[in-house]
Ligand binder design. Structure first.
Ligand code: FES
Length: 118
């Protein structure tokens, strides 16, 4: 990752096997953050189907078994690692990835977030 990164949160602020919304703006969290052990996956909180936020309530982005990301609006299912939509109305589409890395127990992300309009 380039040197242009910004601190997101501490790793231990993320529930292992769970998700959190971060970078709150107004009533919306801009990011969907999923932790699996020492790995963290960060996605723009923007469903490619109708560009709505994904979560069904704050910090709740995952299926009941924690196995994948689900968009609450129309039940699109996304792979946590690849962001690939494998079921639902936008099958074949992708979430937008925010490059992230864990350093010394801290999660850092790219300073520039991807744009839905690129
Ligand atoms: S807005 Fe996400 S499935 Fe429709």
């Amino acid at each position: 990752m380039s040197h242009e990164s910004r601190f997101l949160c501490r790793l231990d602020e993320l529930p292992d096997g769970g998700s959190r919304g971060l970078l709150r703006e107004g009533f919306e969290d801009r990011l969907c953050v999923v932790r699996q052990g020492d790995e963290v996956f960060v996605w723009l909180n923007d469903c490619p189907h109708e560009h709505r936020p994904l979560e069904y309530r704050q910090d709740q982005f995952l299926s009941g078994d924690g196995g994948h990301i689900v968009c609450y609006a129309h039940s699109a299912h996304f792979d946590i690692r690849s962001g690939h939509c494998f079921a639902g109305p936008c099958t074949g589409a992708h979430l937008l990835k925010v490059p992230a890395e864990v350093r010394d127990g801290e999660v850092w992300i790219s300073a520039d977030l991807p744009s839905v309009f690129d």
